[in-house]
Write a protein that binds this ligand. Structure first.
Ligand code: NAD
Ligand code: IPM
Ligand code: MN
Length: 361
């Protein structure tokens, strides 16, 4: 049966990188007979400009009816003065909560060819393969009350609320333990249980869930230490499970271990593996419209889409192999230059090179 994939390019470099990822999907459709139907929608600033809303009903409807969603990035300076409740980022957050995409998988894998592109010493990152499991629909991102209010003194007060319920913690913990069972069987839960009650509960629930996964070795770490350890000795980690905001910050930090944030894909899954797939980076306004962005994070997100939502591990592997071959051939966008002689390529040239490798397989 033909699968519908919603294509939501968004803002900034979003349309540029999604164009390359769509070329990859079209290659799979035309050359590998993958039965897919692509349908585009507006989200973020692009949707605000066209409709006044960052998540128009037509886009939400498309995302709900699709078998999977591919998203570029949202946001940019043009919309920064809008009220936070109607900014582009709300479109993305709305998709995550409406589709109940509570499990965000962010693999942090170093391609061996990029060891010298990392800002860390090659021996510190060689062989790096971490999976960050980020809770995605709770925490201070969605907690109530929130807002800016004026106190009796006339002074303004900004409020956000960090909340987690046991069931929210339990379901993300189960995703993380199940992932660890399939990997090196090590799970590090990252929290701030020494200060924040919501994450004290987090630690209790994760510990309770661990009894159902006796083969997985569970450790706990405070988030400040985890940030330091990720830079000091990142290979100590196998799977990391953490809260929405800590996961956001730690995954940007970890991306640099692999050479560039332009390399890291993600999958945001619901309880039935319906998913939205996007690079972990943003709309990169500083390089938007210049054909400079690295499209590989988005192309690798397509690989995750095939693996998790379309059950086509063979095609996911084919994409990952094609990316590896392109790197082996010495092609580099500017963000992943390391020591050595490389061919510096544009966004489009990188996408074309991946497609050419796929076609040759
Ligand atoms: P960003 O991730 O957009 O950019 C940070 C830096 O990384 C920039 O120097 C940028 O040029 C670089 N970079 C990012 N992606 C790259 C790529 N593919 N290739 C090469 N270089 C790349 O983060 P920011 O600047 O803090 O945010 C910009 C906008 O994006 C904001 O509006 C923010 O809210 C939004 N944002 C959106 C998402 C998303 O849609 N998922 C994620 C993060 C930030
Ligand atoms: C991400 C982004 C988003 C987040 C923003 C744009 C809402 O930084 O996907 O990592 O904070 O989750
Ligand atoms: Mn982020």
């Amino acid at each position: 049966m033909t699968k519908t994939i919603a294509i939501l390019p968004g803002d900034g470099i979003g349309p540029e990188i999604v164009t390359e990822a769509v070329k990859v999907l079209e290659t799979l459709r035309d050359k590998f007979s993958l039965a897919i139907h692509l349908e585009s929608g507006l989200v973020g600033g692009a949707a605000i400009d066209a409709t006044g809303s960052p998540l128009p009903p037509a886009t939400l409807d498309l995302a709900k009816r699709a078998d999977a969603v591919l998203l570029g990035a949202v946001g940019g300076p043009k919309w920064e003065s809008l009220d936070i409740s109607i900014r582009p980022e709300k479109g993305l957050l709305g998709l995550r909560s409406e589709l109940k995409l509570f499990a965000n998988l962010r693999p942090v894998v170093l391609f061996p060819e990029l060891a010298s592109a990392s800002t860390l010493k090659p021996e510190v990152v060689a062989g790096l393969d971490i999976l960050i499991v980020r809770e995605l629909t709770g925490d201070i991102y969605f907690g109530q009350p929130r807002g800016i209010r004026t106190l009796e003194t006339g002074e303004k007060q900004g409020i956000n609320t960090l909340v987690y319920t046991e069931s929210e913690i339990e379901r993300i913990a189960r995703v993380a333990f199940a992932s660890a069972e399939q990997r090196q069987k090590k799970l590090c839960s990252v929290d701030k249980a020494n200060v924040l009650e919501a994450t004290e509960l987090w630690r209790q629930v994760v510990t309770r869930v661990s009894r159902d996964y006796p083969t997985v070795q569970l450790t706990h770490m405070y988030v400040d230490n985890a940030a330091m350890q990720l830079v000091r000795a990142p290979k100590q980690f196998d799977v990391i499970v953490t809260t929405n905001m800590f996961g956001d910050i730690l995954s940007d930090l970890a991306s640099q271990l692999t050479g560039s944030i332009g390399m890291l894909p993600s999958a945001s899954l619901d309880a039935n593996n319906k998913g939205m797939y996007e690079p972990i980076h943003g709309s990169a306004p500083d390089i938007a419209g210049q054909n400079l962005a690295n499209p590989l994070a988005t192309i690798l997100s397509v690989a995750m889409l095939l693996r998790y939502s379309l059950n086509r591990v063979d095609l996911a592997t084919a994409i990952e192999r094609a990316v590896r071959q392109v790197l082996q051939a010495g092609l580099r966008t500017r963000d992943i230059l390391g020591d050595g002689q490389y061919t510096v390529v544009t966004t489009r040239e990188m996408g074309d090179a991946v497609v050419a490798q796929l076609r040759a397989q």
